[in-house]
Design a protein around this ligand. Structure first.
Ligand SMILES: *Cc1c(COP(=O)(O)O)cnc(C)c1O
Length: 463
């Protein structure tokens, strides 16, 4: 019988996370203070994050031990299985061997608890009793609710109003895990009250919700804020995915991977699978590594590399990243997790160095790919994940044309069982493509016009 999936035993699970900062040919440009233009020190972040996570954020150590307390929680769903997509291969008639990591098996249904559990642990170890965060469609809010529940911390989630009203299921998951989820803008914070005074019917936005969650954290006792993507330590926590995948491929006797793909919103699930392979590429291996995004939010494929704020309200330090501008209002596509205006600084630097090659896909094509996936592999993909499936199909078809045996590896970042209304819209012909018009992009980029430009460093030289 053919082997459809590979597990690792609990003993074989990797015991450390991989920190790519130790190996980047050129170091990251530092985050800077918007008022002074000077690099910020760790202390500037202390009211927002616990110091043990700030230390990870700036660490240059290659390997960071996963604490036993985190590992115990990981073992609830990790190691995740690595599947071979035999049925998809057959449907495409490709000579490529397609493998995928199934991160949808976690209790909240995505890769996000890999960092949520780690962050809850470090907050608790630092003496924090309560965590705040924002959530759009609810995937991150549910992951942090799950994680804080495991460690006995309080959790407050500011959920974008329109999703709060339209998508009750993720909110109910948060309640099951004992978190307090409220609609943003709320009357809880100055930021929320100000918006409500101007517009009592505001549908909210991720930018507003971030401002509320940060304000709550810095003004409340024993409370810190948590971010689910973008930051260096968040991406590092996800590398357990790629490290497991390497061991699993080894068990199968696969010696070489040709293509690695994942979708990228803030960039955490893609980095989690890809960074251990980026290291191989830095060391000379030939691998095509592709983060994918929607054409409606083309951060990596069309936006400039600039310093920009992480949030709409301009409360964060300036980060060096590819960005559409922090005032960017994304079109209402269903892949809510891919609608962020920027992309992680670590991913941005890998793009500058030519280590990874981003691609963008239209919404209709992404649903077509997801439906083919459901009808071959069975699993129903999150709308975010479907963008990465587009890359898999593209590469599998290319292998067929070239008549080449290739190994393609995908991060299947989560299931879409809470996102079926998107499939409904697709089946009933209501969905359209929204490639971002040039004029809209130009207007959105006005928000970063006066901001400093980071150096573009490649191979020790400014380019
Ligand atoms: C949140 C989410 C994403 C996008 O976030 P990243 O930080 O880029 O990984 C992708 N897929 C799923 C299933 C998600 O829940």
């Amino acid at each position: 019988m053919k082997q459809v999936k590979v597990f690792l035993t609990e003993d074989e699970i990797p015991k450390q996370w991989y920190n790519i900062q130790a190996d980047l040919p050129d170091p990251l440009q530092p985050p800077i203070h918007p008022a002074t233009g000077e690099p910020i020190g760790p202390d500037a972040l202390a009211p927002v994050f616990p110091m043990n996570l700030i230390e990870q954020e700036v660490s240059q150590e290659r390997w960071i031990n996963i604490p036993d307390e985190v590992m115990e929680k990981y073992l609830l769903w990790r190691p995740t299985p690595l599947y071979r997509a035999y049925e998809l291969e057959k449907a495409l008639g490709t000579p490529a061997r397609i493998y995928y990591k199934n991160e949808g098996v976690s209790p909240p249904g995505s890769h996000k608890p890999n960092t949520a559990v780690a962050q809850a642990y470090y907050n608790k170890a630092f003496g924090i009793k309560r965590m705040t965060t924002e959530t759009g469609a609810g995937q991150w809010g549910s992951a942090l609710s799950f994680a804080t529940c495991l460690f006995g911390l309080e959790c407050k989630v500011y959920m974008v109003r329109i999703s709060y009203d339209q998508k009750p299921y993720r909110r109910l998951m948060m309640n099951c895990w004992n978190a307090n989820c409220i609609a943003s803008p709320s009357k809880n914070t100055n930021a929320g009250r100000k918006i409500l005074e101007e517009n009592p019917d505001s549908p909210g936005s991720l930018g507003i919700a971030i401002s509320e969650a940060i304000e709550d954290a810095v003004t409340s006792k024993d409370t810190r804020y948590s971010l689910g993507s973008v930051l260096n330590h968040v991406l590092m926590h996800q590398t357990i995915i790629g490290l497991e995948a390497k061991k699993q491929l080894e068990k199968l006797g696969e010696k070489k991977v040709d293509v690695v793909c994942g979708c990228a919103g803030g960039g955490s699930n893609f980095s989690g699978l890809a960074f251990p392979f980026v290291l191989d590429k830095i060391n000379g291996a030939e691998i095509t590594i592709v983060p994918s995004e929607p054409t409606s939010c083309p951060t990596m494929t069309r936006a400039p590399f600039s310093y920009d704020f992480g949030d709409t309200a301009e409360t964060t330090p300036l980060l060096p990243m590819y960005t559409l501008g922090h005032k960017f209002i994304p079109p209402p596509i269903h892949a809510g997790g891919l609608r962020y205006h920027g992309i992680a600084p670590l991913i941005s630097q890998c793009i500058v160095e030519g280590l990874i090659e981003p691609r963008a896909y239209n919404q209709l094509g992404a649903y077509e790919a997801a439906v083919l996936w459901a009808r071959t592999e069975g699993f129903i993909s999150a709308p975010e994940t479907s963008h990465a499936i587009c890359t898999v199909i593209e590469e599998a078809k290319k292998a067929k044309e070239e008549g080449k045996e290739k190994v393609i590896l995908l991060n299947w970042s989560g299931h879409g069982l809470m996102d079926l209304t998107g499939y409904d819209a697709y089946f009933s012909g209501k969905l359209v493509d929204y490639p971002l018009p040039e004029e809209e992009m130009r207007q959105s980029l006005e928000a970063i016009e006066g901001l400093p430009k980071p150096k573009k460093m490649k191979g020790g030289k400014e380019i």
